[in-house]
Design a protein around this ligand. Structure first.
Ligand code: URA
Length: 217
């Protein structure tokens, strides 16, 4: 994992397995089936790192051989996984494999073509009190959708300290916008790309993550 000098809350999960799989997701010839599988695998690997500091408590259990007084188990409420629809679902699937009991909320946003700003069409969240949330969206492009989703959680009473943002690819612009508006959110990406084109697509990027994940055009 590497840290970024300009953005102390940005964590770049540049594990060789993640980077290798990311390269395959970027390739124009990668099929929908393979893209979906890779996104899930990358999310699992990223999720392993993102959940590294989940609090532990201890409980008394019996092994087949003896009583163990202080067996570690994860403390507190189940984690909440919040995909930003559509493409965030592809990353949520990997996290759910890691944490099958996680609660799942959805935030549906689409990007207005003229303003390139997010428009909300669905918000459905689990009980938020005292819960840690991982918000997923593969492409941290302008940062506006991610920032909007975090605003939604803040308005429901979730502080930034209880939110992790998990993306596949980010841009300096997107990370800058997000961390300016939500400086205390920990942001995890696999790669920081060069920037945006005139249509706010990430360069080099991987194209439209939703289309690649679902096989739409
Ligand atoms: N959303 C995508 O799916 N791809 C981009 O490059 C930017 C935003």
């Amino acid at each position: 994992m590497s840290q970024h000098l300009q953005f102390p809350n940005l964590h770049i999960l540049d594990h060789p397995l993640i980077l290798h799989k990311l390269t395959h997701t970027r390739k124009i010839g990668t099929s929908t089936k393979t893209f979906r599988a890779l996104l899930k695998e990358i999310s699992l690997l990223m999720g392993y790192e993102i959940t590294r500091r989940l609090p532990l408590t201890h409980e008394r259990i019996e092994t087949p051989l003896q009583v163990m007084e202080d067996a570690p188990v994860i403390d507190g409420k189940k984690v909440g996984v919040i995909p930003i629809l559509r493409a965030g679902q592809g990353m949520a699937d990997g996290l759910l494999e890691l944490m099958p009991s996680a609660r799942v909320g959805h935030i549906g946003l689409y990007r207005d073509h003229d303003t390139q700003r997010p428009v909300e069409y669905l918000v459905k969240l689990p009980d938020v009190e005292g819960r840690l949330f991982i918000v997923t969206d593969p492409m941290l492009a302008t940062g506006h959708s991610a920032s909007y989703a975090l605003d939604v959680l803040n308005k429901r009473g979730v502080p930034d300290e209880n939110i992790r943002l998990m993306a596949l690819v980010g841009t300096p612009e997107g990370v800058g916008v997000l961390l300016k508006e939500h400086p205390k959110v920990a942001v995890y990406i696999a790669a920081l790309d060069d920037g945006l084109n005139e249509n706010a697509y990430i360069l080099p990027g991987l194209g439209d993550a939703g289309d690649r994940l679902f096989g739409t055009k």
